[in-house]
Design a protein around this ligand. Structure first.
Ligand SMILES: Nc1ncnc2c1ncn2[C@@H]1O[C@H](COP(=O)(O)OP(=O)(O)OP(=O)(O)O)[C@@H](O)[C@H]1O
Ligand SMILES: Nc1nc2c(ncn2[C@@H]2O[C@H](COP(=O)(O)O)[C@@H](O)[C@H]2O)c(=O)[nH]1
Length: 265
């Protein structure tokens, strides 16, 4: 095939060469002034090679979506704290007070339903094999092994709540909160503390849903969770203590109004 450059005379070639030089210089200068660009591209290629997604367009959309600033009004809300501290009780009170605003994100878990729990209400109860397949498919925004079972927050559940303009509420453990923080997603978070380890044990026993062995595991993990929260003040900034419920809920609401100012009126 004939080289189109042969159609230009000497003067035109010189102009084109000059323009190419100018553009190359501009591009080099831009790349030099934006070292983060190389990092972003490296991270993306590394992630692609790690996950080898079938749908690369969808993967790219998800990867780059973390650069979108989350609208303040819709930032997810995570309630974190040891088992039995009262997270579900606080979440229930909040969703009842603001029915059209907040919606609980139903997680997936490999533990068995307890008490009156129903599939698709408190959790989606799945087998360990199903959970592993979901990890491989990249279905979770975060997942963790908690008290000898797996728990994960589903991307599609979050997206669904988000698409309906609601604030999604996550009831997650500290590992989950750390993972979300590290992913760069902006989210509001409240760590709920017990008044004491004794009161936590009384609450868990009072709930009557765990046998003695499970209870011991949960209480042991509670110590570690509280230590992790205290050791990471950059992640865990807002704490409330759930002693007398009315006071705890008041303190909780105080934070909610700070995060979602539009609810004040
Ligand atoms: N302030 C409070 N005073 C007395 N009892 C409470 C208070 N808050 C919660 N409870 C009770 O304590 C028990 C544990 O509460 P809840 O189930 O909400 O904890 P949780 O943090 O969601 O636990 P888990 O992480 O295991 O799901 C429940 O029986 C609940 O009714
Ligand atoms: N990291 C995640 N932790 C989760 C998730 N869903 C629940 N949890 C936490 O697990 C423990 C135990 O819950 P329980 O219902 O078995 O008592 C509790 O601390 C929850 O906050 C999740 O999707 N990810």
């Amino acid at each position: 095939m004939e080289d189109p450059a042969n159609n230009y005379d000497h003067k035109e070639k010189a102009i084109i060469d000059e323009r190419i030089k100018e553009l190359t210089h501009n591009h080099d200068e831009y790349i030099h002034n934006h070292p983060e660009l190389q990092q972003i591209l490296n991270d993306f290629v590394t992630e692609v090679l790690l996950h080898k997604p079938q749908d690369t367009i969808l993967f790219a959309r998800e990867f780059f979506s973390k650069f979108n600033p989350t609208p303040v009004l819709n930032k997810p809300l995570a309630i974190i704290g040891p088992s039995g501290v009262g997270k579900s009780t606080l979440i229930k009170a909040l969703t009842e007070q603001f029915p059209g605003v907040f919606e609980f994100s139903i997680s997936f878990t490999t533990r068995n339903p307890r008490g009156q729990e129903k599939n698709g209400v408190e959790y989606y109860f799945i087998t360990k094999e199903e959970f592993m397949s979901k990890i491989d498919a990249g279905d979770f925004i975060e997942w963790a092994e908690v008290h000898d079972h797996f728990y994960g927050t589903s991307k599609s559940v979050i997206d669904d709540i988000y698409s309906r303009g609601k604030v999604c509420i996550l009831d997650i453990d500290v590992q989950g909160a750390v993972k979300i923080f590290q992913s760069g997603l902006e989210f509001n978070r409240v760590f709920v503390m017990p008044k004491s380890m004794k009161s936590l044990e009384d609450r868990l026993r009072g709930r009557g849903t765990e046998d003695d062995n499970i209870l011991r595991v949960r209480l042991r993990n509670a110590q570690t969770e509280i230590e992790t929260a205290r050791e990471n003040p950059n992640i865990f900034k807002d704490f409330i203590t759930n002693d007398v419920f009315e006071q705890a809920y008041k303190d909780f609401l105080h934070l909610i109004y700070r995060y979602y100012e539009h609810l004040r009126s």
